[in-house]
Design a protein around this ligand. Structure first.
Ligand SMILES: O=C(O)[C@H]1NCC[C@@H]1O
Length: 360
């Protein structure tokens, strides 16, 4: 087990990136950290042996409530170029749209993978299946990344969720690389927009807590994927080409499940790629979004991901669709993170002014 203090000063290098505003801290060459001959084994290894690294990188003083990270690994599928595991405040995740865009941009702009112009395809192996990223490369810079995601599907539509302090809300439960509970912002009594972020975060985390208690989920082909990870509150688009607006809330740290008002969360600064894929799958299941019709999803900062449904398929007998999302990422730094053996906070730290009521 790699422990932060038993081996003297630990040095961890990252390439820091953001995708349409959402940070993604990329750790190349994480193969020495992660063990496991299968993806479930790798994910379990991370949860049991690497949570100290997740906390170290995502919490203060090196991180902040919105920080995410990616471990770039050798793929298990020999047809893929790399494998990824995503680190979020809520735990290790199998897939992430913004973080995939960050990882691809970091890999290609640093020469860690060969880049061909004008387009480079990067095949990515994940715990929920293969993902294909196409990057537009011009003058050595990645101008955009289109992520053709794993098959996405609606698990339940208009599921009544009893949410303490908010009433019963009709919500969709959908999978877009992660499971989401998704509801209309108006039904939760909140308005989308950065100035409403605290109310969105509070409503979102209350809905997430209630949905986790009331709606069991299990991926039909990936039995280890059995949790509603994130929550999206969404609203209508506009006449200027925006198909829909959304705010995704990420639980910031382990939170007391028995007190829905104690929850805190952070808003995805991007339009959320896996959330957009889940949203498109639910819209398609309703007959409201056809294959080939662009779906421009706008996040809390006004940045957008361009979504598209490519084909129909099935997942464990469930109707599903193959979605893609497209956006851009920018490198913000090259960091060498250090943990000295006598650091009093070997797994980082949180304080309740900007973090959740953390119980660990
Ligand atoms: O774009 C996404 O899918 C990610 N953004 C932060 C939370 C999700 O994993």
């Amino acid at each position: 087990m790699v422990t932060p203090s038993s081996t003297g000063t630990t040095g961890i290098a990252s390439i820091d990136v953001h995708a349409e505003g959402e940070p993604g801290r990329i750790l190349l060459g994480a193969h020495l950290l992660v063990r496991g001959a299968t993806w479930p084994e790798r994910m379990r290894w991370c949860a049991t042996e690497l949570d100290w690294l997740r906390r170290l990188l995502l919490r203060e003083p090196r991180g902040h409530p919105s920080m995410c990270a990616v471990l770039v690994l050798p793929p298990l599928d020999p047809r893929a170029d790399v494998g990824i595991i995503v680190l979020e405040q809520g735990g290790f995740r199998p897939m992430s749209g913004s973080n995939t865009m960050c990882a691809v941009t970091a890999l290609l702009e640093t020469g860690s993978l060969p880049a061909t112009e004008p387009e480079t395809v990067v095949r990515i192996d994940t715990a929920v299946g293969p993902v294909e990223a196409t990057a537009r490369v011009e003058g050595g810079r990645v101008r955009w990344v289109r992520v053709r995601n794993v098959p996405s599907f609606a698990w339940a539509l208009d599921e009544p969720i009893a949410v303490p302090e908010y009433g019963t809300v009709a919500a969709d439960i959908a999978f877009g690389g992660q499971f989401y509970v998704q509801a209309r912002a108006a039904d939760m009594g909140v308005t989308l927009g950065p100035e409403h972020a605290p109310a969105i975060a509070r409503a979102g985390t209350a809905l997430l807590a209630a949905a986790r208690e009331q709606v069991p989920v299990a991926h039909p082909e990936k039995p280890d994927v059995g949790e509603i990870a994130l929550v999206m509150l969404h609203g209508p688009g506009d006449s200027a080409g925006v198909s829909g607006r959304n705010s995704v809330v990420l639980p910031a740290g382990r939170i007391a499940l028995d007190d829905p008002t104690s929850w805190r969360g952070t808003l995805d600064r991007s339009p959320c790629g896996t959330g957009t894929c889940a949203r498109m799958a639910a819209l398609h299941a309703r007959g409201e979004l056809d294959l080939g019709v662009p779906f421009v999803h706008q996040g809390v900062l006004g940045t957008t991901f361009r979504g598209l449904l490519h084909e129909s398929t099935t997942v464990g007998g469930r109707d599903a669709v193959v979605p893609s999302i497209q956006g851009r990422a920018w490198i913000t730094g090259y960091a060498q993170h250090v943990l000295q053996p006598d650091d009093p906070f070997p797994t980082g730290l949180t304080v309740g002014d900007i973090w959740s009521t953390v119980r660990d």
